[in-house]
Design a protein around this ligand. Structure first.
Ligand SMILES: [Zn+2]
Length: 181
């Protein structure tokens, strides 16, 4: 993690939020509708779970997604990840400057992480993670795993061969033309 960068990002996000207009507020219903519609379409097409998401920049939808886990055999194909990928592709950027994410349900820990890496300025969500748990999508256990020692997790994590692995970090540190993010 790069802490100095995070501070800069948070300051910029706070500034961007102050510039929200009344129109943004009026559009919330319309954008959430679109996210929910993506979720329902995905369910009806047997693409995956009932989750939809969109990414909006300057009032325009630049990325859409719905859950496609079961239809693509991709456990990472969550609505938020799909929408972030499409939006970043549209922006030709690895981060979602000045973007707002609307998701039909509170993001799971994986999507929460993806959102932080993508750095939109705000997230609006419809259903809560409790609502999701009530229909069989319980990700609360993953949040609990975060607090455990790596070796004590349900899927144990064990550190090995650090010196070997550090070679990649050395290569990064020494690279002069790297693209930092
Ligand atoms: Zn997710």
């Amino acid at each position: 993690m790069c802490n100095s960068f995070n501070k800069k990002f948070l300051d910029e996000a706070a500034k961007a939020l102050e510039q929200d207009t009344d129109k943004d507020l009026i559009d919330h219903g319309r954008f959430m509708d679109q996210a929910v519609e993506n979720a329902i379409t995905g369910v009806l097409n047997n693409e995956g779970g009932p989750f939809g998401c969109i990414v909006v920049k300057e009032g325009k939808i630049i990325g859409k997604g719905n859950n496609k886990v079961t239809s693509t055999n991709d456990p990472t194909a969550h609505a938020e990840v799909m929408a972030i990928r499409e939006a970043c592709k549209a922006l030709k950027s690895f981060q979602l400057d000045d973007c707002v994410l609307y998701t039909s349900c509170e993001p799971c820990p994986m999507c929460l992480g993806a959102i932080y890496w993508a750095r939109p300025k705000k997230v609006y969500y419809g259903c809560s993670k409790t609502d999701a748990a009530n229909i069989g999508f319980d990700d609360n256990f993953i949040y609990k795993e975060l607090d455990l020692e790596p070796g004590k997790r349900t899927i144990p994590f064990e550190q090995i061969n650090k010196e070997q692995a550090m070679k990649a970090f050395k290569a990064w540190e020494e690279k002069e033309d790297k693209i930092e993010y």
